[in-house]
Design a binder for this molecule. Structure first.
Ligand code: NDP
Length: 401
């Protein structure tokens, strides 16, 4: 049985469902369910128009374990692909355990009332999934996801030993709006305003948010400012590749984005502390999300490219070597194919690939797993075949910052 239930109907889910429908040899019946069913119906309509395929839709509040389990019982999928928000990870994992179904997501659990994400909450489910003979695959997006697979590909094929790893995430796209985020605004702003953290000689080093800025020339995008940040794959890479001395994550931001963010922060709009407004409690960041454009609506206007990849320095045959593995994705091409911009595309495609590898048994296990625990080669091949081709370059010298 290759039937799949996708939960969530935002930009990432839309891409994943389009790509699943495009590959009927890999996926059987596809059902998409979310909090608002009309969003699922919109995806189903687009898939029908583009590829002539039928998608089933349903309504679910995935915060509710029993409701989610009842839907899983009804749909009877082999796999649940969680493309809702990180807040729902644990309730959907519980529902999968209750119904005996495999699980996949693209972002690790984050409690609503604390801007903090870490894998431990989901790693704690390992024994329960193992005992149930089920598999949970965490973080099958681009970063985390492809960036971890790139690291394993480098370790397997390009270097005997990785000493330093830098993940560089550049979105050179322009959506023509004064201020908008390319994925869920609440999650995005929580991530960017958190202190930066990187891994160095077995320790975590914390520095203020957006303080360490470097300039890098990205292939097909150009020279951009990028900032040191904490990102979830650092935690799992440090666990699974303990020999690495230093792991860092960098993301590019334009001046206009940072100026808006600073003002919003200064006036308290990015706070997750509830305030009372006209007799009712509201969370300023959730209110801000409500007035910002939905990421899934940005596709029509976004132009430019993303360039995301890993730079690793280490030894090969006794000599020092620096390699760069990266993907370039064009916003307009992504939109043409799926009706979504490249940030959703670069996340939805790896979600589809992870799901396909689980369903056909290429990646299998019992328990909770991160991407770097599996053979990178089949995943790398599918990236080339399904719209995210990658390139390998040798750099003349290691990064000098
Ligand atoms: P969106 O905000 O566009 O979509 C989220 C969807 O989840 C919406 O359809 C929303 O429904 C639905 N949802 C929210 N709460 C519930 C609930 N309780 N029950 C059912 N459905 C719910 O986000 P994106 O599509 O941009 O992102 C999806 C996920 O992908 C996020 O977890 C994000 O962090 C992750 N991501 C991962 C990346 C990676 O590279 N690994 C990169 C980018 C994103 P409604 O429309 O009704 O609000």
């Amino acid at each position: 049985m290759k039937d799949v239930l996708v939960i969530g109907a935002g930009g990432v889910a839309s891409v994943a469902v389009h790509k699943m429908a495009k590959n009927p040899d890999l996926f059987g019946k596809i059902t998409v369910a979310s909090r608002r069913q009309f969003k699922c119906d919109e995806i189903a309509k687009s898939v029908k128009e583009r590829f002539g395929a039928d998608i089933a839709t349903a309504q679910v509040d995935a915060d509710d374990i029993d409701q989610t389990a009842a839907l899983i019982e009804k749909v009877k999928p082999a796999l649940v692909v969680n493309l809702a928000l990180p807040y729902q990870d644990l309730s959907i994992m519980e529902a999968c355990l209750k119904t005996g179904v495999h699980y996949l997501d693209t972002a690790n659990y984050e409690p609503r009332d604390e801007a903090k994400f870490q894998y431990s909450w989901q790693w704690d489910y390992h024994d329960r999934f193992k005992q149930a003979g089920l598999m949970a695959l965490l973080g099958s997006g681009f970063d985390p996801g492809v960036t971890s697979v790139f690291a394993m590909y480098i370790k397997k094929h390009l270097l005997d030993r990785i000493e330093t790893l830098d993940i560089l995430d550049c979105n050179g796209g322009d959506h023509g709006q004064h201020f908008a985020t390319n994925f869920n605004p609440e999650i995005n702003i929580r991530e960017i305003t958190a202190p930066a953290r990187h891994y160095q000689d077995g320790e975590w080093v914390e520095t203020p948010a957006l303080e360490n800025r470097q300039v890098f020339n990205f292939d097909e995008v150009g020279t951009k400012n990028m900032y040191l940040m904490y990102h979830e794959e650092l935690e799992s890479l440090a666990k699974h590749l303990p020999e690495i001395k230093r792991i860092r994550f960098w993301m590019t931001f334009g001046e206009q984005y940072l100026t808006h963010l600073k003002v919003l922060q200064n006036v308290g709009m990015t706070s997750i502390e509830p305030i009372v407004y006209e007799g009712r409690e509201i969370v300023p960041l959730q209110f801000l999300k409500a007035v910002l454009p939905e990421p899934s609506t940005l596709g029509t206007t976004t132009k430019g490219k993303t360039n995301i990849g890993d730079i690793a320095t280490g030894e090969k045959g006794g000599a020092q070597k620096t390699v760069y593995v990266y993907n370039i994705c064009d916003h307009e091409k992504a939109y043409e194919e799926t009706g979504n911009q490249a940030v959703s595309y670069t996340t939805g495609v790896p979600a589809m690939i992870g799901a396909a590898l689980m369903l056909n048994g290429t990646w299998k296990g019992e328990g909770v797993f991160n991407m770097e625990q599996f053979d990178p080669d089949p995943f790398m091949d599918m990236l080339n075949d399904h719209g995210l081709p990658w390139q390998v370059k040798e750099l003349p010298e290691p990064l000098r910052f």
